[in-house]
Design a protein around this ligand. Structure first.
Ligand code: BGC
Length: 273
C-alpha cells in the first residue's frame, strides 16, 4: 500500500509517498517552510500544498508535535496555543480532500523504528526518546504503543526536562557535548527509575551526532540510535494511516476510520497516474 506521510516540524513541513510494506519513500521528499507563527489555517494550507505537489488522492498520515487524542490537539508546548482543542484530523482532511490520520510526532517516529528500524520487532519495554526542539517520548510494550506519553515534560530540578535537556537547550546555552550528556544522563536515570525500560532508542535531530554523546551515557538499559533518522516521522505517520485504513489500531489512538471526504479515492499512487 502507498500512503503519503507528512512530518510537521518547527522549521519545515516535509512529505513523501511511502511504501508501507517496505517502509521506503517512493518519491523524493518535498519540504516547505513551516509558516511563521504556525497557526492552524496556515499549517493546514502548507499540508495541502504538499498533498497537491504529489497530486495525491489517497490516505495521508501526518505527525504533529503535541498530544493528539482521537484527532484533536490537547497540548501546545512548542506550538501556538491556538491549536488546543482543534480537530487536526478534520481540519487537514477537509483542506487536503484526503482522509488524514494525525498522531504525535514521537509516536510516529517510534512506530517506524519498531517496524523497520534497528529494533524491528523488539519485545519488552522499549522507549523511544527524540531530542530536538523539545523532547518527545514513545513507549512500546511487547510491540504495542502506549500513545501520548509526553515524558519530555518530566520535572527535573524544578524545570520542565525539555527546557533543560533538549537539543535546543544544548544549542541555546552553548553546552559542550559533555555538559549536555550529563543532563541527558540525569534525564535517562529518571526514566529508568520510573519505568525500567529494556531498551532506549534515541532519535530526533541530534541522533545524527550520536558519536558525540552516546559514549558519555551511563544507563542500565542499552541505548541505541534511531536508524531511520530524517525519514522516521514521514514513514511512521504513513504506517499509522495504513493500519487505520486496514482497521488496525497500531497508532495506539484506538481511532475510528479517518474522516472521509467526497473527493478521496482509494489509493492512487502518483507513479500510476
Ligand atoms: C511536545 C510533544 C512532542 C515533543 C517533540 C514536546 O514539547 O509536548 O508532544 O512530541 O515536543 O516534538
Amino acid at each position: 500500500m502507498q500512503v503519503l506521510g507528512i512530518d510537521i516540524g518547527g522549521s519545515g513541513i516535509k512529505g513523501a509517498p511511502v511504501d508501507t510494506d517496505s517502509g521506503r519513500l517512493v518519491l523524493e521528499r518535498f519540504r516547505l517552510r513551516t509558516p511563521e507563527g504556525a497557526k492552524p489555517p496556515d499549517v493546514a494550507s502548507t499540508v495541502a500544498e504538499i498533498v497537491r505537489h504529489f497530486s495525491w488522492q489517497g490516505p495521508v498520515g501526518c505527525t504533529f508535535p503535541a498530544v493528539i487524542r482521537h484527532g484533536v490537539a490537547a497540548s501546545a508546548a512548542n506550538i501556538s496555543e491556538a491549536w488546543i482543542g482543534v480537530n487536526v484530523e478534520q481540519l487537514f482532511s477537509e483542506k487536503t480532500g484526503c482522509p488524514t490520520t494525525v498522531l504525535n510526532d514521537a509516536d510516529a517516529a517510534a512506530i517506524a523504528e519498531m517496524r523497520f528500524g534497528a529494533c524491528k520487532g523488539r519485545q519488552g519495554v522499549v522507549f523511544v526518546l527524540t531530542f530536538g526542539t523539545g523532547i518527545g517520548s514513545a513507549i512500546f510494550v511487547n510491540g504495542q504503543l502506549f500513545p501520548n506519553t509526553e515524558l519530555g515534560h518530566l520535572e527535573i530540578k524544578g524545570k520542565d526536562a525539555e527546557a533543560w535537556a533538549s537539543d535546543r537547550a544544548r544549542k541555546k546555552r552553548n553546552l559542550s557535548w559533555k555538559e549536555w550528556a550529563e543532563r541527558v544522563d540525569e534525564y535517562l536515570a529518571r526514566i529508568e527509575a520510573l519505568f525500567s525500560p529494556d531498551l532506549i532508542i534515541i532519535g530526533g535531530g541530534v541522533s545524527k551526532q550520536a558519536d558525540n554523546f552516546l559514549p558519555l551515557l551511563h544507563t542500565q538499559a542499552p541505548v541505541v540510535v534511531a536508524s531511520m533518522l530524517n525519514d522516521a516521522g514521514i514513514v511512521g505517520a504513513a504506517l499509522a494511516a495504513a493500519d487505520r485504513a486496514m482497521g488496525l489500531a497500531t497508532s495506539g489512538t484506538g481511532a475510528p476510520p479517518a474522516p472521509a471526504c467526497a473527493s478521496a479515492e482509494p489509493v492512487a499512487p502518483p507513479s500510476e497516474q
